[in-house]
Every structure is written in structure tokens, then in C-alpha cells.
Design a protein around this ligand. Structure first.
Ligand SMILES: [Zn+2]
Ligand SMILES: [Zn+2]
Length: 197
């Protein structure tokens, strides 16, 4: 991820560039998913220029205007939704409550086929892998899940689910002689709903 010197110079320890306390779990430099995207992702129509760079100083008398809403894609269905700056909603990852419910459902005991398994945990694993975009070990993934989602999660249970996801060709497995086995998502952009529904 590209970090700008200009951003760094405004950053005070313990605070996000926007002035709020930082500590967004996947990237503790920022206060929220909103600020992470705003500061690091390119704005529409640009290769590099971030949302922030397009926005800063565009208000009257060089004041910064209200934070714009950002277009995001729902982690579950892939549809676009608007992410707002502010205390409520700046960490929204789903387009609505239906998707949030579907993506966070636990084990379904009634499901005879067991095809669904523990969707909530599969989604957490996929989101960590998606976020990092690199190959990760089961141990690494479980550490990130604990921090990000504040839930118990052993690396053994992550390994189990990864085995299932590899069998479904959703995740690829990389073995090497020296380090631990690592995993990467096969297709970064396929909506999770499509994979687990
Ligand atoms: Zn912020
Ligand atoms: Zn959705």
C-alpha cells in the first residue's frame, strides 16, 4: 500500500489523519475503513491519485469540504454501496442488513449437506486473505482474525476450513520445504455470496 509523505506529516501518534483516534483493526494507522479507503485507494478515473488528494483543499477558501461518500462493494454480494465518513457506518462492509446477516451466520445444524459449514468463519478467513492479497499461513490468518473480529479462533480451526476451501478451489495452497504452508484466494473479486450460497 502506498503511503504519502504528505499524509505522514499530519499524522500524530495515536490519531488517524482525519484527527480521530486511530485503531481500525486491519490497519491501525486509520480510524475506520472509510479513512483507509479514502487515503489509500485511487479516486474514480485515476490510476494513482487518491480520494483524499482529489478532495483536499477543494472547499471554499481552501477549507476542506464535507467528506464525500465512497463507492464500495459489498463483501458478500459484490453490489455497490455508499460508505460514509463519521462515527456510524464508517466501517460498513456490507450493502445492507440482509447481506450482513447472511455473511455472519454460524454453523447450520439443520443443513443436511453440511455444504454451508460455518459461513461466518469462512467469510472472516476470506476477508483477511482478500485484505492482505498475499499468501498467508493459517497461523497468520488466525492472528489477524482475532485482532480484527475480536473472536476466538485457533489456527487449527482455520486450517480445517482452509482445507475445505482448497477442496472447493476457492483458495489455493502453497507448500514449501522451509516455511509453513501458505494460502491465497484463487479469485480475489468473486463475491463471497456466489462461493458460499
Ligand atoms: Zn480517520
Ligand atoms: Zn450485499
Amino acid at each position: 500500500m502506498r503511503e504519502k509523505d504528505a499524509q505522514q506529516q499530519y499524522r500524530i501518534n495515536g490519531y488517524c489523519v482525519c484527527g480521530r483516534k486511530n485503531g481500525f483493526a486491519p490497519n491501525p494507522d486509520y480510524c475506520s475503513l472509510y479513512c483507509l479507503k479514502f487515503m489509500t485507494e485511487p479516486a474514480e478515473g485515476y490510476k494513482r491519485k487518491t480520494h483524499y488528494e482529489c478532495w483536499q483543499g477543494t472547499g471554499t477558501f481552501a477549507q476542506n469540504p464535507v467528506h464525500p461518500k465512497l463507492d464500495c462493494n459489498c463483501e458478500w454480494c459484490g453490489d455497490s454501496y455508499k460508505l460514509k465518513y463519521g462515527l456510524a457506518g464508517a466501517n460498513k462492509s456490507y450493502c445492507g442488513t440482509v447481506c450482513m446477516r447472511e455473511a455472519t451466520q454460524g454453523m447450520r445444524s439443520k443443513d443436511k449437506s453440511k455444504r454451508r459449514g460455518n459461513i461466518a468463519q469462512m467469510v472472516r478467513i476470506m476477508r483477511v486473505l482478500r485484505y492482505h492479497k498475499t499468501k498467508m499461513s493459517a497461523n497468520d490468518i488466525s492472528n489477524h482474525i482475532q485482532k480484527w473480529f475480536r473472536c476466538n479462533c485457533s489456527s487449527a480451526s482455520v486450517s480445517n476450513i482452509l482445507r475445505y476451501l482448497c477442496g472447493k478451489d476457492i483458495v489455493n495452497k502453497y507448500q514449501n520445504n522451509t516455511g509453513p504452508t501458505t494460502y491465497r484466494i484463487q479469485n480475489q473479486y468473486t463475491p463471497l455470496k456466489q462461493l458460499f450460497d
